[in-house]
Design a protein around this ligand. Sequence first.
Ligand code: NAD
Length: 476
Amino acid sequence: MATMIIEGDRTKAESGKTYEVRNPATGEVVDEVPAGGAADVDKAAQAAAKAFTTWSRLPANKRAEILHKAAHHMLEKVEQIAPILTKEQGKTLLESRLEAQRFGENIAWFADLADKIHGEHVRLPDLTTYGLVVRKPIGVCGAIVPWNFPLTLAANKVAPAIAAGNTVVLKPASTTPLSTLACIEALIEGGLPEGVVNVVLGQATGDAIVAHPLIRKIALTGSTPTGKKVMARAAEQLKQITLELGGSDPCIVLDDADLEGAARAISIGRFFNCGQACLAVKRLYVQEGVYDALLEKLVARATKLKPGNGLDKDSRMGPMHTETQRAEVEAQLKDAVDRGAKVVYGGGRPQGGDYDKGWFIEPTIVENVADGSRMWTEEVFGPALPVRRIKDLDEGLRLANDSQYGLGSSIWTSNMAAAYRAVQEIEAGYTWVNALQVAHDELPFGGTKQSGFGKEHGVEAYLHYTEEKSVVYGGI
Ligand code: NAD
């Protein structure tokens, strides 16, 4: 049975309760884990507060050295961690390897910043004084993570937090705790001091983290409704928050686009991780001159995405993570079809044999989706893509912005003026121009509108885990 990681303890829940983690491809039990609660969060927060007193006072270059060693050790275990992620989450082994790799690389990327970001010396008008801006870690930070990219999204919070000298109480999604435990255990084996990152498990621990008085900052990745609840709860103690929430990224393809490049990026952008990604091409707007040709290319690519158990080497798309998630995507599709949409590819479940044991679904492309359909107005968190014909860029931009969300976006065109307009006018935290929709460590990532606020990745993320303090030295 897996245990939580609280300081030096590998511990069960205070309540003694447990629950099962199941494989979405087979329904089999992967492991039994503690169902933690507020008492466990309290222990973890106390442990993190204790560790903060030493971790935050280490010389920054020493902290960087410890993190590099720990990340290196973790990266040597990618091949062991990847199958754990596949079994609990469903994604293919290739996707799991990439994700586990990203975890270690992210720790190393932020370790590089630990001794490079400074405060400032400020000249004041009275020359017998001078000012300093001192940059300090915040304290204990809470990290709350969803199930779609359990490792990437944990690293996005843990890496900048601990590089800046904070300590962490980390809560994975209740259905994907095992690979996270393996990664943190590997960091500790590699030299990360106990107590710097503590892992609590169980559905009830999220609210307890947000409410705990020792936890000074909350970073949540999750759905927009959860973000609103967390924001309201965090407001009770005026905690700092970063909210990475839902998205419904538009992609515009104009007549002068590189169609092969666009088709590849859209197919990966929509179907990677069985479509369960926040940054994903979720609404496609194609100019009429290339509409048929692009659709043909997208269908050709979809036919190659064989659904299957993520552990099988010929699977190209794992199952959906839960029965509820699949039902939600199917309901959104049905709503579109009931309003007159035409299914161009997929639209159902692969049938028979092992397919009947898991939450499999076909990659799906639909057209003629009526205005107001759920596929346009809601986030579609699965492998289903609505495509719409547009007359020109104006229409594409209007439709792109007709959403409550503002996470990612992309445009394919060889006209630089059109690309420039898209960059200026699309309301989103990220715009890719003729490029694959992947987030880079170097660039700040985060949403606008109801996709949240605050940044992960980049120097900006590091700064979000520090506070500035002004100091005046007088009498000189
Ligand atoms: P979710 O909101 O249900 O859960 C996310 C996490 O929050 C889980 O660990 C959950 O246990 C916890 N949680 C739930 N209610 C809480 C509460 N009241 N207080 C504190 N914690 C609480 O999301 P999910 O279904 O696990 O993930 C899918 C969603 O996440 C999608 O909307 C997706 O777009 C979004 N997401 C966003 C990003 C991004 O970076 N913007 C990345 C990945 C996923």
